[in-house]
Design a protein around this ligand. Sequence first.
Ligand code: GTP
Length: 320
Amino acid sequence: MTFINDLFNGSFMPHGHCLLWRTDLLILHVGGDVMTFVAYMLIPLALLRLVKMRDDLKFSWIVLMFSCFIFFCGATHFLGIVNVWHGYYYIHGIMKTLTGMISIATAIMLWHLLPYAIAMPSKRNLEEKIVALTLAEKKLAQANQHLESEVAKRTAQLEKLATTDELTELANRREIMRILDVELLRCRRQKSTLCVMMLDLDHFKAINDEHGHQTGDQTLKFAAECFKQQIRKIDFIGRIGGEEFLIILPDTAIEPAVELAERIRLALNQQSTKQALPNCTVSIGVIDCQITDTPQSLLQRADDMMYQAKTNGRDQVCFS
Ligand SMILES: Nc1nc2c(ncn2[C@@H]2O[C@H](COP(=O)(O)OP(=O)(O)OP(=O)(O)O)[C@@H](O)[C@H]2O)c(=O)[nH]1
C-alpha cells in the first residue's frame, strides 16, 4: 500500500541529480548508449541485406519481429542519449513500452519456434550427411563404372557369338557374307581387284565315318587353323557350311590368288600328315570379281570352280 501511495504522491519521483553532474559518468553513459544504438541499427540492416541477397528465403514473421525488436531497442538507447540534455521522458517511456511489447511478442514467437529449431540438423550433422552422401555417390559411380564395363564385356561376347563359328572360331556364314558385301562395294568404289576362294575338304564324310565325329571336329579345327596361317592380315576367312570355307582376298589379282590357293592346298597336305589326325585334302575354287558380280554370283562362281576341282579328282585348285 505504501508503495502505491508513494507512486502517486510524488515521493517515488527520481531526484534531479542527472548523472550526478559528473563528466566521466556522462561520457560512460552516453558513450555506451551511442555504441549500443549504432550496433542495434546495424543488425536490422544486416538482416535486410541477407533477405535481399538470398532470393530463396521466404518472408518470415520472426525475422521481421526480430528486426523490429532490435530497432526499437536501438531507438530506446538513442532517446536515452537525447534525454540527458532534453526531457523527452514521455516519448522515451512510449518507446520503452513499445520495445517491451515487441520483445515479449518476439520471445513468444521464439519459444514457439524452439522445437523446430531444435529439430533442425546442426552444421556438424549436415557435414556428416554430406560426407556420407559423397561416399555413396562415389560408390554409385564405381558400381556404375563396373556395370558399364560388364555390359561392354557382355556386348563384345554377344557380338563375338553372333559373328563367330563356335568350332573353328573363324567368321560364321552371316559374318563372312557381310564382309563379302562390304569388300565388293569397296572394290567397285576404288576400282581395285578382288578374288574369292571356296574351299571344301575332300571325303570328309569318310573321316567322320571312320574316325568318329569328334575326330572330324578336330580335323575341321586343324584345317581352319592351317588356312588362317597362310592368308595375309588383310584377307578374310569364314566357315560357310559343314566342311566348306570361304576366303576373301581384297586388292588381289587372280594369279597371286591361285598361287595362294596352291600354297594352302599344299600346306594342308603336308601339315595333316604330321598330325595325329586323319590325312586330309582340300579342293579349291578361285575366281576374280567381274564388273557384273553380286555377292551371290561371286559365291556361285567360286562354288562352281570348287566343284570342278572335285570332279577333276579333288585335292586341286580350279580357277576362272
Ligand atoms: N565332325 C563334323 N562333321 C561335319 C560338320 N559339319 C558337317 N559335317 C559332315 O561333313 C560331311 C560332308 O559330307 P559330304 O557333303 O558328303 O562331303 P564329303 O564327304 O567331304 O565329300 P566331297 O565333298 O565330295 O569330297 C557330312 O558327313 C557332315 O555330317 C561338323 O561340324 N563336324
